[in-house]
Each structure stands twice: as structure tokens, then as C-alpha cells.
Design a protein around this ligand. Sequence first.
Ligand SMILES: [Zn+2]
Length: 289
Amino acid sequence: MMQDILERFLFEESPVRGELVQLDTTLAEVLSRHPYPAPLARLIGELMSAAALLTATIKLQGALVMQLHGTGAVKLIVVECSSDMTLRAMARWDGEVADVSLAELLGEGKFIITLDPEDGETYQGVVGFEPGQSVAEIIENYMRRSEQLETRLWLACDSEHAAGLLLQKMPEAAGEADDWERIQHLAATVTEEELLTLDSQEVLYRLFHEETVRLFEPAVPTFACSCSRERVGGMLRMIGREEIDSVLAERGKVEVGCEFCNARYEFDQVDVVQVFSGHGLQDAGPQVH
Ligand SMILES: [Zn+2]
């Protein structure tokens, strides 16, 4: 198994930059938590790759969250990536999940990307998508609309490996259409197998050996969940004492599970009194979703 990696690079003689991401361990961590049907597992892997590429390319300090709400076989997918390249993901589905397009899986669906910087305001954008569009095409359109940046993506996932390649035309380079075209054509020769199984630098060499490519220090994506007992406590306070007390009366304890990592949090009568005692009310922490 290769180490998970996110390579950043730029073309010395052309106003184009790029990133390549490969996720094996991180994907395995996510998929080990729920028995996702294969087409859904592949979709989660593609979205995780896309989230890592976008987080790195927009140089976000904070978290990027992709939320897909559906009325079809897939009800919900949430993929999060933080600027330190930790990822987590979860999905809810119902019944058979066929190997069809994202639009068909979601039905009357909604795709939302939230940028949640450490400093500054949260920005939420609705991502438009049409039947038959791939995740890569949907994200390319999103980047064009929201960031006004020409971006190309290639995404792949086979349930064991997830990978993605991103190219972006640098904004200052309006007059360099030829370079952008040429490098896109080179990148477009990449196969899913190459992306998923070759060493990252070998992929880049195969595609761009005729160009001068400068590689930066790579990042190592990992799985991590940001859930905590404190955050769950904050959630209980938002639900309200009355409702929590009625759960306590019925079951003797309040149990909350994290769908991202399967951690379970239990609160008995004494814990609930503590949660609502006012201590920590001010520092409930940010709600993740
Ligand atoms: Zn968790």
C-alpha cells in the first residue's frame, strides 16, 4: 500500500499549477466504518479526492465541507477536509445503490460546498449538476463559477484506492491559451489505473516529462474525526433540557453516535446535569454540521 500523498506542482514555463492526490489508508479508514455499497464507496472516494484537491488549491485555512442531500437511493453524503489534510466522510443510503451518475443517485438532490475558514466568514455555495455529469465535471463548473478559475479535474476510485489530478490555469495568465491547452491534453491521457496504482511522481513523469515541472513539499492526507464529548455536549444543549430529560426518563441515559468515526458518547443523569450546569456554555465550540 502506498502512503497517502498530496503533491503540489507547477509548470516552470507555463502559467499552470496542479495537484495530485492519492488516498489509500484514508479511504480504507472511512470505508471500514460502514458497509457502503460499492458504487457509493467509489463516489465517496472521488469526493474525498476532490475535497483534498480543492482544499489545497484554494489555500483554505480551515475546513471544506461537501454536503450532498438526495431523495434517491443516496440520502446524504458528507465529506470534510481540513487545511492540515485530515479527512472524514459519511453517507446514508436506502436500498440498492446502482452504478449510475451522481444526479441519478441523488434524485431531487442538492450539492453544497461550505468553506469554513478559521478566521472569517463561512461561505456556502450551491453546486449545480445535471444528469450524466461526472463529479469532476461538476466541480470544474463550481470552480469556474465560484472562483472564476479555469480548473480541470480527473478523479478515480476503485473502492481500495482513490486518486485525483487537478490542473489550474493561473489567473494572471490570460494570454497563454496554448500552454493551458497543451498541458490539459497531456493530463487527459492519464488512465484511472495509472492514477490509482502508480507512484505519484511516476504519474507526473509519465504525463509531463516533456515539461519542466517544479514539485513542492508534499502533504500527507490522513483520516481524523473532529467529534468530541465537548461537542456532543454542546449539541445536547442546543436540543434543550426538556427533550434530553425525556430521553433520560425513558432510557436512563442519552447515547449519541458519531456517523463519521462510529465513536459513541453516553451521558447519564449526572453527566446531563453537568452539561446543562452552565459550565462550558460559552465554549460549546463550533458546530460541525
Ligand atoms: Zn467522530
